[in-house]
Ligand binder design. Structure first.
Ligand code: AHR
Length: 497
């Protein structure tokens, strides 16, 4: 690898280290919120979960969905709790008690040190409900909805800057799914009035639910043609699975993610050219993760209950390696990907798990996110890498080494994130440090395990954990290390004083 100060991709927007909490399964009830839990605060929020979220350094949290938002009436979740309705949530076939709504969640995001990214319902509702919600959340006072917020005990506006115009509106599973033209028109009208209420907000238009959608690309081109001058971002969503137990192929999935990102950038720039616009659109990768372990179990869940255990994937080491690679893919396009949300945060396809009434623990996927979010602040440097390659079922020329360097100029720190995809053996890694000749290794953190399927559980929460036991060293401006087979590595360097 060549690591050169002047080969910069871009400064990394801290909002790429975001996550997502949906009213789904035990994400809110039994996860984030559990009055009566021994660690709960006076508002019913679990203290053990808050500590873990803070440890992850989550910059933004998308809320309240996901598929849930497309049938959600935000008014159900505000005001006196005893008056809030219990509703059928058609997206996940559960009962939503509405004990938590936008006010409680805004309060919680502040407590965990994150920014709230709010989604509006463009499935069963539209511009009217969306503009009222912006007024309720962001207008200081002296109008119906802002005064209602005050009456509900929230004198200060929440000041929510980031808003998603619906969720996955291209998917037939979505409540109120639309054609690209129908959605583009709806999103445009919602965007206009939301910004008339608060011109300082930023908007995310719904891109395709995945690159595999038959309407992918045409969808983006159509909706952006309609909304380009009214939105700041277009969304991307991707989930990967290892259904046929082919780990080398699974670990190569980020080649698909790279292509997805590059294609959406091309579509944005095509619309920019078509409109002779001076504005550049950015990407919000607001759902990404591994998701497949829980698919069968979910089919057995009884419908119409409150907070059943849904989408409770138990992640293993190979999932953590892919999550690490997905983070590297996001950083590789730090010039255009400005927001990204690991989907999701607690219990539902999540890095943090809880037992209702019991403990909370970290899944293996917790660690690469936490490392990237903690040490990956600064500028992403262009990864110039030579690596041996392999072919897998769906991919050719997959480099064994996936890596990126991040330079934090202020702290005079350089961090290299690296995945060794090789399941058979270690990888001799070396980096020419060019402009960083006076830097030395602070620590080399390694996340690995002999068993690529190893997991953490409530009874054995520390089975897959990182250790600062890597052997990276700098000799004459050359960094070298042996990257263990199937490993995630964080090599931290700082300027010698
Ligand atoms: O994150 C789980 C679900 O995945 C979300 O509700 C939806 O947006 C996506 O299909």
């Amino acid at each position: 690898m060549i690591v050169e100060k002047d080969f910069r991709i871009s400064d990394i927007d801290p909002r790429v280290y975001g996550s997502f909490v949906e009213h789904l399964g035990r994400a809110i009830y039994g996860g984030v919120y559990e009055p009566g839990h021994p660690t709960a605060d006076e508002h019913g929020f679990r203290g053990d979960v808050m500590s873990l979220v803070r440890e992850m350094n989550v910059s933004v949290i998308r809320y309240p969905g996901g598929n849930f938002v497309s049938g959600y009436n935000w008014e159900d979740g505000v005001g006196p709790k005893e008056l809030r309705p219990r509703r059928l949530d058609l997206a996940w076939r559960t009962v939503e008690p509405n004990e938590v709504g936008v006010n409680e969640f805004a309060h919680w995001t502040k407590k965990v040190g994150s920014e709230l990214m709010m989604a509006v319902n463009l499935g069963t509702r539209g511009a009217d409900a969306a503009r009222n919600l912006v007024e309720y959340c962001n207008h200081p006072g002296g109008s119906y909805y802002s005064d209602l917020r005050k009456q509900h005990g929230y004198g200060q506006p929440h000041g929510i800057k980031l808003w998603c115009l619906g969720n996955e509106m291209d998917g037939p599973w979505q409540i109120g799914a639309k054609t690209a033209y129908e959605y583009g028109r709806e999103a445009l009208e919602a965007a206009k009035v939301m910004k008339w209420v608060d011109p300082s907000i930023e908007l995310v238009a719904c891109g395709s639910s995945s690159r595999a959608m038959p309407t992918f690309a045409e969808w983006e081109a159509t909706i952006l043609d309609l909304t380009y001058e009214h939105v700041e971002y277009v969304s991307l969503h991707t989930y990967y699975g290892n259904r046929d137990n082919d780990t080398p192929n699974f670990l190569a999935r980020t080649l698909d993610m790279d292509q997805f990102i590059n294609s959406v950038i091309s579509i944005c720039d095509y619309i920019k050219a078509k409109k002779r616009s001076s504005k550049t659109l950015h990407l919000s990768f607001d759902e990404w993760n591994v998701w497949y372990h829980s698919n069968e179990a979910d089919k057995q869940v009884e419908p119409w209950t409150v907070a059943p255990p849904l989408l409770e994937d138990v992640y293993n080491l190979e999932d953590a390696l892919l999550v690490g690679s997905m983070l590297i893919s996001l950083l590789r396009r730090a010039d255009r990907v400005k927001i990204a949300c690991l989907a999701q945060l607690v219990n539902v396809i999540a890095p943090i798990m809880t037992q209702t009434g019991g403990s909370a623990w970290r899944q293996p996927t917790f660690y690469p996110f936490m490392h990237a979010s903690t040490y990956g602040r600064g500028a992403a440097l262009l990864p110039i890498i030579k690596s041996d390659k392999y072919d897998s079922k769906d991919f050719t020329d997959v480099p064994y080494l996936d890596a990126i360097a991040v330079f934090n100029e202020e702290q005079e720190e350089l961090t290299i994130f690296a995945v060794n995809r090789n399941l058979e053996g270690g990888l001799e890694f070396s980096a020419d440090l060019r402009g960083f000749k006076d830097y030395s290794v602070v620590e080399h953190i390694v996340l690995t395990h002999d068993d690529v399927k190893a997991v953490n559980t409530a009874d054995n929460p520390n089975n897959v954990v990182p250790a600062a036991n890597g052997n990276a060293e700098v000799v004459d401006g050359k960094l070298s290390a042996l990257l263990s087979k199937q490993s995630w590595n964080v090599i931290r360097l700082a300027r010698k004083v």
